[in-house]
Design a protein around this ligand. Structure first.
Ligand SMILES: [Zn+2]
Length: 314
């Protein structure tokens, strides 16, 4: 029953897409990776592409982000910058690939890359430059890669407007992923449209406030039963579940924030089934909801519309 409802909503959403092609006045969000730490083929690591006007940004850089961008035909040199929600490895392991391969492969990046993230981001970027110093040196000398294209411009940010250019405003706000502290969510505003990305968080009052009435809320979710099924010892599972959000709790967040559309991404464990997510969510939320999948695109225009990839990726 719930599954049927979900499918009908998805079908309607696709119809809406075709009538809302107001190019330039919309935000387009593409889920590059909807998974979490376990390495599975159908859900790459957490990463999201946001396009607003002619600007492009990548939020988090999990495993496979460069492959997904390449599948979309998005050129790395056309990405304005990278925003990190927090420094857990599943959110950043794809970064060196984006940064270095995206620089090397012709036509590679030729301008420096701004990177915004919570306290510790600048330190991580400096360490990465040190770790890859040998490669950078030989690529510059032998492969003649553009010198500016490998430069990183890191910014450690807190609750603030991190970016405001060409009508695109990106605001960072704190979420609650303690003991990972600080952890950030992001709100993107453009042409009267609004998108909130949760990053990793347990139920966050600050997020509910920042996401009030937003067009699109992309939220993480964690299904405790999937840890049991994976054989994770209960004492370890408790700590993991505790700093994430269960589907029932996510439903509460959606009910209170009232987004035009709620979308699950960072689906953990990535083995979670549709019924694991949707049935408990529907106990606390009856509004529009989509279960994210890699390469799913959401267009935020007069209507919020969803287009799923033609078949399961990769
Ligand atoms: Zn995390």
């Amino acid at each position: 029953m719930l599954t049927t409802f979900f499918r009908i909503f998805a079908a309607l959403a696709i119809v809406a897409l075709d009538s809302s092609a107001a190019q330039g006045q919309q935000i387009k969000v593409t889920l590059l990776g909807t998974g979490c730490p376990p390495a599975v083929m159908n859900r790459f690591g957490p990463s999201t592409l946001v396009e607003a006007g002619n600007q492009k940004f990548v939020f988090d850089a999990g495993r496979g982000a460069l492959q997904r961008l390449t599948q979309l035909g998005v050129r790395w040199q056309d990405v304005q910058g990278v925003f990190l929600t927090h420094l857990h490895s599943d959110h950043v392991v794809g970064f060196p690939d984006l940064w270095l391969t995206g620089w090397l492969i012709v036509p590679g990046r030729s301008v420096p890359l701004p990177v915004w993230g919570p306290s510790g981001t600048s330190r991580m970027m400096a360490h990465l430059e040190q770790a890859y110093e040998y490669d950078i040196r030989v690529r510059l000398a032998n492969d003649r890669a553009a010198a500016d294209g490998v430069k990183l411009l890191p910014h450690d940010i807190g609750e603030e407007i991190a970016y405001d250019r060409g009508g695109v405003k990106i605001t960072a706000f704190e979420v609650d992923h303690a003991p990972v502290k600080p952890a950030l969510g992001y709100r993107i505003d453009y042409a009267g449209r609004s998108v909130v990305l949760s990053g990793d968080t347990r139920l966050s009052e600050n997020l509910i406030r920042r996401a009030q009435g937003v067009d699109l809320l992309v939220h993480e979710v964690f299904v405790p039963e999937t840890l049991q099924r994976a054989g994770v010892p209960p004492e370890r599972a408790k700590n993991i579940v505790d700093y994430h959000l269960t589907p029932e709790q996510a439903g509460e967040v959606f009910t209170r924030a009232k987004p035009k559309l709620a979308v699950y991404s960072h689906i953990c464990m990535p083995t979670a089934l549709e019924q694991d997510l949707l049935i408990p969510t529907r106990k606390t939320y009856s509004g529009p909801l989509e279960l994210g999948e890699d390469l799913m695109a959401i267009e935020v225009a007069d209507k919020v519309s969803v287009r799923r990839p033609a078949r399961s990726s990769p």
